[in-house]
Design a protein around this ligand. Structure first.
Ligand SMILES: C[S@@+](CC[C@H](N)C(=O)[O-])C[C@H]1O[C@@H](n2cnc3c(N)ncnc32)[C@H](O)[C@@H]1O
Length: 415
C-alpha cells in the first residue's frame, strides 16, 4: 500500500516532467487520454497552441455543463489551463474562473497560457484537491478533467467540492474510471500517475458523490478507450506514451476495464430556480413532450440533441432549447418552458446559456424563427432579417421549411 505522500510526489513529478517536455506525455502529442477527450476543433482553434499541447484531460466537462455568463467556475487540477480558458469564454467579463493545481510547473504554464489568450478573468492557485484554497459556498460550477483518479483520498475531494460549491451549485467531472483492474496495476506507482491505479468504478464515483451530500448524481457520457490507447496508458513498449512502463501492466489485461466517464451532480439547496445543463439522451422524451404540449415542431430534435440544453428543477426537466449548427451559423430553436414554470426568467436563462454554448462551439451568427416571442427576442438583441438572407446551410431545416412564412419572423444576431 502506497502512502498519500508517495502517490502525490509521483503524480507531481510525472506532470512536472510532462509539462516541461512541452507536449503530451513523453513527447507524444497530444496525450493519450486527450486524443479521446471529445473537444470540437472549433472549440480549440482560438486557444494558445501551448494550452492544447499541454492538455491531459480525458473528457470535455464544459460540453455538458450549462455554465452561464457572470458565474464563478472552479477547475480542480487545472493543469495547463485548457478548461479554464474555455470556461473564461463562457462566463465572460462579468464572471470568474479559478484553477487549482498542486504542480507548480503546471501553474506557471497555465498563467502563461491565460496571458497569451488575453484572459483576465482567470486566476490560478497552487493547492490540493483535498484541501482546496477556496472559500466556502463561493462557486457556481466545479469542473475537473482527469484529476480525481490521481487523488489518494477521494472522499476528501468530494467533501471539499461540496464545501466550496454554493447551495444549488453544480459539478461536471470527467475522469478515468476502471473496473476489475489486476492487483499489480493497483499497486504500481507509475500506473497511479498514468491515471490507471487510482481509478475507481462509475458506481464508486456515484456513491462517493452521494455520500458527500450531492443530489441528482448521474453519468452523462462515456468515452471508451481503444486497445491502442489502453496500451499507451499502460506504457506498453510499442505504445506511443508511457513515461516508464508500469511494472506488471499488460495492455491485454486492461481491455474493456478502463474508460472515461463524465459525472454531473448538484449541491442541494439554493433558491435560484432550475439548473441549466446540457441535455443527455435520457432527456429526449421530456423535451419532446414539452414541445408537443407547446405545439412546437419536434422534427430534428433527436439529431441535434448534442446541441440542446435543458432546465431541470427537482429532478424534472421544466424547459429546453437547442440549435442546429452548420459551421459558423446556427438556427436556434425549440425554446420551451413548462406552463407552470413560466414568468420566472427560465426562458431567458436557457437562451443566454445557449448563446454561450454556441459561441464556445465556434458559431458566429445565430438565426431563429418565431411566431410568438418577437419582442422578447428583440430584447435579447436579435433583429428581423429578410428570409432570403438565411444561409444555404440552414435552409433545409424542417424548422424553416415547416413554418408559416407569413406569420413567422426570421431574426438574427451576431454572437
Ligand atoms: C491528467 S492532468 C489533467 C490536467 C487538466 N485538467 C487537463 O485537462 O489538461 C492532472 C492534473 O491534476 C493535478 N493534480 C493531480 N492530483 C492533484 C491533487 N490531489 N490536487 C491538485 N491537483 C492535482 C496534476 O498536477 C495535473 O496538473
Amino acid at each position: 500500500m502506497r502512502t498519500e505522500e508517495e502517490i502525490k510526489a509521483a503524480v507531481r513529478a510525472r506532470y512536472t516532467q510532462a509539462v516541461q517536455e512541452g507536449s503530451g506525455c513523453c513527447g507524444s502529442s497530444p496525450s493519450v487520454t486527450f486524443q479521446a477527450a471529445g473537444y470540437g476543433v472549433d472549440e480549440l482553434k482560438d486557444l494558445p497552441p501551448q494550452a492544447v499541447l499541454s492538455a491531459f484531460g480525458c473528457g470535455n466537462p464544459l460540453a455538458f455543463a450549462g455554465v452561464e455568463p457572470g458565474q464563478t467556475v472552479l477547475d480542480i487540477g487545472s493543469g495547463a489551463g485548457i478548461d479554464c480558458l474555455l470556461a473564461a469564454e463562457r462566463v465572460g467579463p462579468a464572471g470568474r474562473v479559478i484553477g487549482v493545481d498542486m504542480t507548480p510547473e503546471m501553474l506557471r504554464r497555465a498563467e502563461a497560457n491565460a496571458a497569451a489568450a488575453g484572459q483576465t478573468n482567470v486566476e490560478f492557485r497552487l493547492g490540493e484537491a483535498e484541501r482546496l484554497p477556496v472559500t466556502d459556498a463561493s462557486v457556481d460550477w466545479i469542473i475537473s478533467n482527469c484529476v480525481i483518479n490521481l487523488s489518494p483520498d477521494k472522499p476528501a475531494v468530494f467533501r471539499e467540492i461540496h464545501r466550496v460549491l454554493r447551495p444549488g451549485g453544480r459539478l461536471l467531472i470527467s475522469d478515468v474510471v476502471a473496473e476489475g483492474l489486476p492487483e499489480p496495476v493497483r499497486a504500481d506507482l507509475t500506473a497511479w500517475s498514468s491515471c490507471l491505479a487510482g481509478a475507481i468504478s462509475e458506481g464508486q464515483y456515484v456513491a462517493g458523490l452521494a455520500a458527500a451530500g450531492f443530489a441528482d448524481v448521474r453519468v452523462v457520457s462515456r468515452l471508451p478507450y481503444e486497445a491502442g490507447q489502453v496500451a499507451a496508458l499502460a506504457g506498453a513498449p510499442e505504445g506511443a506514451c508511457g513515461c516508464g512502463a508500469a511494472s506488471g501492466v499488460r495492455a491485454e489485461d486492461l481491455a474493456g476495464k478502463v474508460w472515461s466517464a463524465s459525472f454531473s451532480a448538484r449541491k442541494p439547496g439554493g433558491a435560484d430556480g432550475p439548473t441549466v445543463r446540457a441535455a443527455g439522451a435520457g432527456d429526449l422524451p421530456a423535451i419532446l413532450a414539452l414541445l408537443e404540449e407547446a405545439r412546437l415542431p419536434t422534427a430534428g430534435v433527436a439529431e441535434h440533441l448534442g446541441d440542446f440544453l435543458v432546465a431541470e428543477e427537482a429532478g424534472t426537466v421544466v424547459g429546453g432549447v437547442g440549435m442546429e449548427r452548420a459551421g459558423e451559423v446556427a438556427l436556434f430553436r425549440s425554446l420551451v418552458v413548462r406552463p407552470d414554470a413560466r414568468h420566472r426568467g427560465i426562458g431567458e436563462r436557457l437562451f443566454r446559456a445557449l448563446e454561450a454554448v454556441a459561441r464556445a462551439r465556434g458559431v458566429k451568427r445565430a438565426y431563429l424563427l418565431t411566431e410568438t416571442i418577437e419582442a422578447r427576442c428583440r430584447a435579447w438583441e436579435f433583429t428581423r432579417v429578410p428570409r432570403e438572407t438565411v444561409p444555404a446551410a440552414l435552409r433545409s431545416s424542417p424548422e424553416l421549411t415547416g413554418c408559416c412564412p407569413a406569420s413567422a419572423a426570421l431574426m438574427a444576431k451576431d454572437l
